[in-house]
Design a protein around this ligand. Structure first.
Ligand code: NAD
Length: 492
């Protein structure tokens, strides 16, 4: 790379926070434990923040509860007034969007170019989208079939416990707080320990926007703090994005408590290349990147099983190999980088374990498979393509969450659909074809929550989420707002 890394952190700067944003104030944490954030690029310490204790979670839930229960604070405000708060919050986030993107990129290895297009854009976009939606939500009064009128109200569900992973910390927090705030809910947000520095900037934006005290509370912490939040008697709804095993544990708790929960979990989606697909990388390269490798493969919706028609199998393998080899690997803060490091050392080990499993189960590596020779520090993995993969082997079944693609041969469209559907997951996917009608027909047969044709990008207006092991419920769109509302019928 020719350009110098850019970051909101100066070289050698260690960002330190000593207080937590709870109840509209910066308060002393209850315990002394700290979280250290380590750079995946340089392995140096980037910052330290309080590790939220169970008592901190209790304080945050109490603040959110008090703000919710006093309806004059937030839940009972006129939608137009709440919408005004959301727009001011969006403005304050926009003021800080470069800082937010820079911090995310520095902490989790997301290429800054990707962070600038996603992490810097979704949060304020979603706040404005939901501000418009809540402001325009029409009164719903129906003529009853047994006489009288029925008023159908959409009341805020209450206090939300929002648990966020490290891969898109700002975007996935906003998937939750934007509709929740619009609905009239209050929140406790628990970011992942790997990406906490950006959450303090989000708190600063909330404070600067003048959100009423207790409406948003942020407690960085690990699994124990998360589990405590999920089971907390003061929480009315849980919204979780993360791994399937954690999602199952959370669903068990919520099931026992009969607590509403939204779960956005892992994926193992299919990129279905039809036999008439355009394969010129100059034409499809950008869209293919978003659909298969974005954020170093650390993205839940990626189509990492590439299904290729047998007649064009060699061609598809060659194109993907060239595509992977064309990727600029480097420091995530460099604007030219397309593939940065894995978020943590432990996660790189996991990805390397899958590459070893792919080899031992008969996969043929056409490019990659190791660590880039020119990176002497940081947790890098080469973009890797496996050919001759059977859909039954480990790398085709389990989510790798790294830059590893598997190419699987199929015979005819029916076979492609059958292989795509032969998965424990159902979150994303794409169909590539020069015939939109044919692509749409195939897309409609794939069992998944979302799917794209020759492109993939979660749109704010469209419900996003998965089926099977990929989760329950939907975020985004009007459906995402409904997830934070209790429907109540008043028979008049
Ligand atoms: P993770 O499940 O380990 O952690 C996610 C969050 O949950 C973290 O904040 C963590 O502290 C917390 N947590 C973990 N166990 C918990 C428990 N038992 N109770 C309460 N909280 C708990 O996942 P991760 O490694 O941070 O993220 C990667 C995973 O997230 C991948 O599997 C990926 O597919 C998934 N993901 C899914 C989506 C989606 O929308 N479907 C989006 C992004 C990431």
């Amino acid at each position: 790379m020719t350009t110098a890394p850019i970051s909101t952190l100066a070289a050698g700067e260690v960002r330190t926070h000593d207080r937590l944003f709870i109840g509209g104030r910066w308060i002393q944490p209850h315990g002394g434990a700290r979280i250290e954030v380590v750079s995946p690029n340089t392995e140096e310490i980037l910052g330290t923040v309080p590790d939220g204790s169970l008592a901190d979670v209790d304080a945050a839930v109490a603040a959110a509860r008090a703000a919710f229960d006093n309806s004059s604070v937030w839940s009972g405000l006129e939608p137009a007034v709440r919408a005004g708060h959301l727009r001011r919050f969006a403005d304050e986030i926009d003021v800080r969007k470069d800082e937010l993107a820079g911090l995310v990129s520095a902490q989790n290895g997301m290429p800054i170019a990707v962070a600038g297009q996603l992490e810097a854009v979704y949060p304020s976009t979603l706040l404005r989208y939901y501000a418009d939606l809540i402001e325009n939500q029409a009164e719903d009064v129906r003529q009853g079939m047994f006489g009288g009128l029925v008023e159908v109200r959409r009341d805020p569900i209450g206090v939300v416990g929002a648990i966020v992973p490290w891969n898109f910390p700002q975007t996935l927090a906003a998937f939750k707080f934007a509709p929740a705030l619009a609905a009239g809910c209050t929140l406790v947000i628990k970011p992942s320990p790997e990406t906490v520095l950006d959450s303090f900037v989000l708190a600063e934006a909330a404070e600067a926007a003048g959100l009423p005290a207790g409406v948003i509370n942020i407690v960085p912490g690990g699994r124990e703090a998360g589990a405590h939040l999920v089971a907390h008697p003061g929480v009315d709804k849980v919204a979780f994005t993360g791994s399937t095993p954690a999602g199952i544990a959370i669903a068990e708790t919520c099931g026992r408590l009969l607590r509403p929960v939204t779960l956005e979990l892992g994926g193992k989606s299919a990129t279905i290349v039809l036999d008439d697909a355009e394969l010129d990388l100059a034409t499809i390269g950008n869209e293919l990147f978003v659909a298969t490798l974005a954020n170093n493969g650390q993205t839940c919706f990626l189509g990492t099983r590439v299904l290729a028609p047998r007649a064009r199998y060699g061609e598809v393998v060659d194109v993907l190999t060239a595509f992977a080899e064309s990727m600029a690997i480097g420091d995530s803060r460099d604007p030219g980088t397309q593939i940065g490091p894995m978020a943590t050392a432990r996660h790189r080990e996991r990805v390397e374990g899958y590459i070893a499993a792919g080899r031992s189960e008969g996969g043929r590596i056409t490019t990659g498979g190791g660590r880039p020779a020119d990176q002497d520090r940081g947790w890098f993995v080469q973009p890797t393509v496996f050919a001759d993969v059977d859909n039954k082997v480990t790398i085709a079944r389990e989510e790798i969450f790294g830059p590893v693609l598997s190419v699987i041969a199929y015979d005819g469209d029916d076979d492609a659909v059958a292989i795509a559907n032969d998965s424990d997951f159902g979150l994303g996917g794409t169909v590539w074809s020069s015939d939109p009608d044919r692509a749409r027909a195939v897309a409609s047969r794939v069992k998944t929550g979302t799917i794209g044709i020759n492109r993939y990008i979660p749109d704010p207006i469209a419900p996003f989420g998965g089926i099977k092991q990929s989760g329950m419920g939907r975020e985004l769109g009007p459906e995402g707002l409904a997830a934070y509302q209790n429907i109540k019928s008043i028979y008049r």
